[in-house]
Design a binder for this molecule. Structure first.
Ligand code: SF4
Ligand code: SF4
Length: 109
């Protein structure tokens, strides 16, 4: 069992370490979009990491600009405490996780 990137990421049967992955944060610019966040929550996200259309996180080549580090080796979220809902709900081992890992690394496992 490993500690995940998100506090909402519970330990799962999958032994994925989010801090040495980051695939879901670099999967698509359409992924880290805002949904049910309150205005107060959105205001806490640093503006330089918010997309020009204000609808989600700013991405460069599908990678969220708040993700620091090297994919597949060591990563961290620079806005961890105020990250969007979609980032809190993605769980290691769930469908989105496996899809992102498959695309980024060529294998979900
Ligand atoms: S793709 Fe899965 S293992 Fe990788 S950071 Fe996202 S939730 Fe964690
Ligand atoms: S805000 Fe953080 S957790 Fe969400 S996609 Fe960006 S780097 Fe990943």
């Amino acid at each position: 069992m490993t500690l995940s990137l998100s506090a909402s990421h519970e330990f799962t049967s999958h032994d994925f370490d989010c801090q040495s992955c980051g695939a879901c944060c670099a999967y698509s610019a359409e992924w880290p979009r805002f949904s049910l966040e309150t205005d107060e929550e959105l205001e806490q996200i640093p503006a330089d990491h918010v997309a020009a259309d204000l609808g989600g996180m700013r991405c460069e080549n599908d990678r969220c600009t708040a993700l620091e580090g090297t994919l597949g080796k060591s990563v961290a979220c620079k806005v961890y405490d105020v990250r969007p809902i979609v980032c809190r709900t993605c769980m290691p081992g769930d469908d989105e996780c496996l899809m992102a890992r498959q695309r980024l690394f060529g294998t979900a496992a």
